[in-house]
Design a protein around this ligand. Structure first.
Ligand SMILES: [Zn+2]
Ligand SMILES: [Zn+2]
Length: 186
């Protein structure tokens, strides 16, 4: 027998009761749910995230395996423009009644409290770990011109045409000097 988790929740904290999995007849609970986020995460993921997962029983607990998908409103560190970053995160979590509430910080296995999984809690933890240190809109982003501050993806301001030239000219002079020294046998 397979149970399906309903998707109409209004509270900010979404919990999935897994008590049914402790009954020998229940093999799994399927989760297919759109989740609204609160606070800082609501600003970062304005459309929320989608969780699709399967929860199965293990000894004295449950195992959750699946995927978390969302689109994050990011700001590119190079060009400072906003962009949508698709995020897909694997869910692979074990919850056990043998793990104490205060132990979760150090354990690979999370505590199973009141025979329910706090989905909001799990999702915010996973999204925090997934957050890139420096998000860029695309690998080829040209960024902001250090000379005039223009977004070089949108305009070619002309500054870059000169800057590398002077640097190359300096290198060329250095090369000439080194070659001259070689010829002099030093
Ligand atoms: Zn960019
Ligand atoms: Zn410029």
């Amino acid at each position: 027998m397979t149970g399906r988790q309903g998707s109409s929740y209004n509270n900010s904290s979404v919990k999935i009761p897994v008590d049914r999995l402790f009954h020998p007849d229940v093999e799994a609970i399927e989760v297919d749910q759109q989740l609204r986020l609160t606070g800082d995460l609501a600003a970062r993921y304005p459309d929320g995230v989608h969780v699709s997962a399967r929860i199965t029983p293990v000894t004295r607990g449950v195992h959750m395996q699946g995927r978390l998908e969302g689109t994050e409103a990011e700001t590119c560190v190079r060009c400072l423009e906003g962009f949508a970053r698709p995020a897909t995160i694997d869910i692979e979590e074990t919850f056990s009644e043998d793990v104490g509430r205060d132990q979760d910080f150090f354990a690979d296995v999370a505590p199973l409290v009141d025979r329910s999984i706090d989905l909001s809690d799990l999702v915010s933890q996973l999204l925090e770990v997934d957050e890139p240190m420096a998000a860029i809109c695309r690998p080829s982003c040209l960024g902001i011109c250090p000379g005039c501050g223009a977004n070089r993806n949108a305009v070619s301001c002309g500054c870059e045409a000169h800057t590398p030239d002077t640097r190359l000219a300096g290198l060329a002079r250095l090369r000439d000097e080194m070659q001259a020294n070689d010829k002099n046998g030093r």
